[in-house]
Structure formats: structure tokens, C-alpha cells
Design a protein around this ligand. Structure first.
Ligand code: NAG
Length: 321
């Protein structure tokens, strides 16, 4: 229902909120009973949904919550980036509410569908549904940035460079549910996740950017069973659906080291300690089957490194810690 309050009345109301009961009755006595109650309900609804978050952006920033964010250059700031991350089961939407930059002077503002760090992309260009060039949306090339931009996974970022102090932009970030998350960067160093690929010909990576202990508790693939360590060029023979475990120190799964392939369904835990900066579980799916993997992970602790001789777990990248 639309609310139509006259300006001054609204001000009185806002004053009443601050001063309290006596003013409350004043407003009510002024014959505004109905709109007042409506407004109160509206306000209550807004508060119960959590207040909309607003803050200024730093040149290099990381955001994991919804809200409205503004950047204003203090001096020429030419190499800035904001990384957005949501829960694994969410996508992000990005709306530019206001942009005041000078493209002619060399300013730029781009959205990237994923993350890039030191030239490495997540998702890798092999696993992303779009060709790399379409993952960039450039404000200075056309006006596509004026409509809502939706990420393909739980991470996205913007890059910008602004010469003139005072110039900048305002962006609104929201989250929306993703029923079948494919590529994911974990927001936390510990968690549990089930990835399902329902008859889709696509490859999905779940990335944990911490050294971790990872336990695969259940794996359902189109066919049979066992954990096999990867020997050079053997793996699962490159056929059928499989799950691969990758380790490395960059962001791009296609550049990471293959640690193990699981070619067959598995019930009961398979655990590994992976001391790499980034650990990825990558599911390769032909689309002929429903594939599902459930796993949990937590950050590799110092004591888990110390008693590594006492157990039979596989360990990789440990020299990096
Ligand atoms: C998935 O990955 C496999 C092996 O890495 C590759 O052969 C296949 O073409 C990929 N599928 C898609 C849809 O990208």
C-alpha cells in the first residue's frame, strides 16, 4: 500500500520518534492516525529486516554484506579494486546508483564476474559459462552498467581508477539465492557443503583459500568406487565424471596441481590435509548423471602438522606453510 504523507507531517513524525510519547500523542491528535500507524508498520518492517548498510569504500576493499557503498577519490587513485563475496548458496547483484568519473581522462570502472588476483581468475576461464571477454563489464564502453549486473557465482569484483579528487561512484550490492551453486569460493576457513550437479555438462570448483583438512564424506558419481592418487597422466583416464582435488598457491583452478582423482562413488570418509594456500574440489560432469559430493573442512592447525608422522593421511603443499 502506498503511503502518502505531507512533508511537514513526516517531519513531525520523525521528531516524535526522537522525543517520545508526548509528541506521539500530539501527532495522533492532529488527525493523522491512520497514516501514522501505517508508517509505523512500515518502519517496523524495515527494522525487522535489518537496517540497510551504508559505508564508504576504500581503494582496496572486501565486502561480504548487502548494502550501498560509495567511493570518492581523495587524490588520484588509479589501482583500486573491491572484492565481493556472498555465501556459497548465493549470487550477487550489482547496481550502480551513481557514477561520476571521467573516461576521457583515463578513469575506468569495470565489473568482473569472478575474482582476479595476480592475473589468476576464479572461476577459471575453462569453467566459467561465459567467454572471458564477456565477464568484464566496462562502464567506459557503453551503458550496460546502468542495468543490474548479476554474478554467475558467489564472488564478483569491481576495478576502478579515478584521477580527479571528488569524483567517484555509488554501488548497491544485494544477494540472491542460487539453487545449484557451481563455482564457489568459501567465505570461511571451516564449513560443510554439498555440491550437486544435476544432469549438466559443466565443471564446478569449490575453492577454499586456506590450508585445510578436508574430509569427503559422500560422493555420488554416475558409476563405481575408490580413491586413487594421481600418478602423472593417469588419473581417471580423462573419461567419465569424476571429482578432482587440486592444490596450489594461486586462484585459478586450471593452473593448480592435481593431488587426487576420485573416479567412483564413495560412502564413508576420505580425509586429506592440504597445506596449500588454495584447495579446490573440482567436479567434472558430462551431464549424463546426477553427481553429488558432500565434504567438510577446517583450517589446518599447527598441531595437525606436528603429528603428521603418526597418521596415514595424505599431505600436500606442506612445504609452503
Ligand atoms: C570439463 O573438464 C573436462 C576435463 O578437465 C574437459 O574435458 C571438459 O571439456 C570440460 N567440460 C566443460 C563443459 O567445460
Amino acid at each position: 500500500m502506498a503511503l502518502r504523507l505531507q512533508g511537514p507531517l513526516l517531519l513531525v513524525f520523525l521528531a516524535a520518534l526522537r522525543v517520545g510519547e508526548s509528541r506521539y500523542f500530539e501527532v495522533r491528535d492532529a488527525g493523522a492516525e491512520e497514516p501514522f500507524l501505517l508508517l509505523k508498520a512500515e518502519l517496523k518492517r524495515e527494522l525487522s529486516e535489518g537496517q540497510f548498510y551504508r559505508r564508504a569504500l576504500r581503494c582496496i576493499d572486501m565486502l561480504s554484506i548487502e548494502g550501498q557503498f560509495s567511493f570518492t577519490a581523495q587524490q588520484p587513485q588509479l589501482h583500486c579494486a573491491t572484492f565481493f563475496i556472498a555465501d556459497p548458496t548465493e549470487l550477487l547483484t550489482i547496481d550502480f546508483d551513481f557514477v561520476n568519473i571521467d573516461c576521457q581522462a583515463g578513469d575506468f570502472l569495470k565489473v568482473f564476474d569472478g575474482w582476479i588476483l595476480k592475473g589468476e581468475k576464479f572461476p577459471s576461464s575453462l569453467d566459467h559459462p561465459l567467454p572471458t571477454s564477456e565477464r568484464y563489464i566496462d562502464f567506459c564502453e557503453g551503458n550496460s552498467i546502468r542495468s543490474t549486473i548479476r554474478s554467475s557465482q558467489n564472488v564478483a569484483m569491481i576495478f576502478f581508477g579515478i584521477h580527479d579528487p571528488g569524483n567517484g561512484f555509488t554501488v548497491t550490492i544485494k544477494k540472491m539465492p542460487n539453487l545449484f551453486p557451481c563455482n564457489v569460493i568459501s567465505q570461511t576457513p571451516a564449513g560443510r557443503f554439498t555440491m550437486v550437479i544435476p544432469h549438466q555438462r559443466r565443471n564446478c570448483s569449490f575453492s577454499i583459500i586456506y590450508p585445510v583438512v578436508i574430509k569427503i564424506s559422500d560422493l555420488m558419481l554416475g558409476h563405481l568406487n575408490g580413491l586413487r592418487l594421481k600418478k602423472p597422466t593417469v588419473g581417471c583416464g580423462g573419461v567419465g565424471d569424476f571429482l578432482e582435488l587440486l592444490g596450489g598457491n594461486g586462484l585459478d583452478p586450471s593452473k593448480m596441481f592435481p593431488l587426487a582423482d576420485l573416479c567412483h562413488s564413495l560412502h564413508g570418509p576420505a580425509q586429506m590435509k592440504i597445506g596449500c594456500d588454495n584447495t579446490v574440489l573440482r567436479m567434472v560432469s558430462s551431464g549424463k548423471h546426477i553427481n553429488r559430493v558432500t565434504f567438510e573442512y577446517h583450517q589446518l592447525e599447527q598441531h595437525e602438522l606436528e603429528n603428521r608422522k603418526e597418521n596415514s593421511l595424505e599431505e600436500f603443499c606442506l612445504s609452503n606453510i
